[in-house]
Unconditional design. Sequence first.
Length: 315
Amino acid sequence: MKTKIDIISGFLGAGKTTLIKKFLEEKLCNEKIVIIENEFGEVGIDGTLLKKSGLEVKEINSGCICCTLVGDLENSIKEIMDNFKPERIIIEPSGVGKLSEIIKVCEIDSLKNITKVNMLLTVVDVERFNLHISNFGEFFENQIIYANTILLSRTQEATEEKIETVTNSIRKINPKASIVTNPWNSINGREIITLAENDLYDSIQDQDEVYLNAHRHHHHDAPEVFQVWESETSKVFMKDEIKDLLNGLQDKENFGKVIRGKGILKIDGNKWILFDYIPAKLEVKEMSGDYTGRLCVIGTDLNKEQLKDTFNNIN
Ligand SMILES: [Zn+2]
C-alpha cells in the first residue's frame, strides 16, 4: 500500500490546524500518521501544540514549502518514508503556500512509487473570503483552484446569504470541487474524509496548462509579498489588558496590515495564554505552563519597531 499524502491547505488563520485535530480525534486515531507542519515564521506554534498530543510532527519553519523551502519538503517526505513508513502523511502548508507547487513536489518521480496524493482539501474562512481574495488573490485563488474539496470555516457565525455568496464565488474559481458549508461542530471528521477521499483527482499536469499559462507573468513567492515579525519575550502581560493589547493588532496606522498573529504569552499570576488573531477576531485561551513567551505576526508593511516596543521587554 502506498502512503497517502493529504494536503490541508488554506489561507492564514483559516482553521487548518483545528481541522487536522478534528480528523485525528474523530477518524484517524488508529492510523500511523506523520504530520508535516510548515510555518512561514521561525517560531513553530502549531507544531508545538500538535506534538503535545503525542504525534510525530516534522516541522519545516522559516519560509514556505511551495517556494523557498521546496527542497526541504522533498527531503522531509523521503526521510519520513525511510524512518516511519506511515499509512498517511498530512501536510499543513503555511497559509501563504501555493497548493499547485506543493502537489508538484509530492508527485515527483522518486516518490511516485511509494506515495500517492490523496486528499487535496482547502479551508476557506467564509467571513474573510473577500478580504483575502481582494488583497492576496494570487495565493488564495491558487489554493482554491487546485483543491478537490473545499471546506468553509466559521459558517456558524455567518448569515445564509453570506455563505451562498461565497459559495458562488468559489464555484466561479473552481467549478469541480465539493464545497462543504455545514458548521464544523455539526459534521464528523469521518464524513469529511470520506467525501474528500472520493473527490476525483486529476494529475496536476492536466490542470496546470490552463492556469499557469494565464498566471505565469504574475508569479510571486510568498516572501516577496508577506513579512513576518516574531520574537521570544519574557515580558509578563497584565491579564486585564492582554485582550485590548492584542485587539490593537488591527490598528494599521500603528502596526501595519496584520493578517495573522499567534503566540504563547505569560500573564500575571504565573499563568500562560495562547492567542490566535485574524482581522476582527481574537481568541485567547489559558494554557499550561511553557518555557518562554513567543509570538509571530504576519502581514504586509509591518511596523516591526512598534511591534517590538509593544511585545518585548523595553528596559
Ligand atoms: Zn511558497
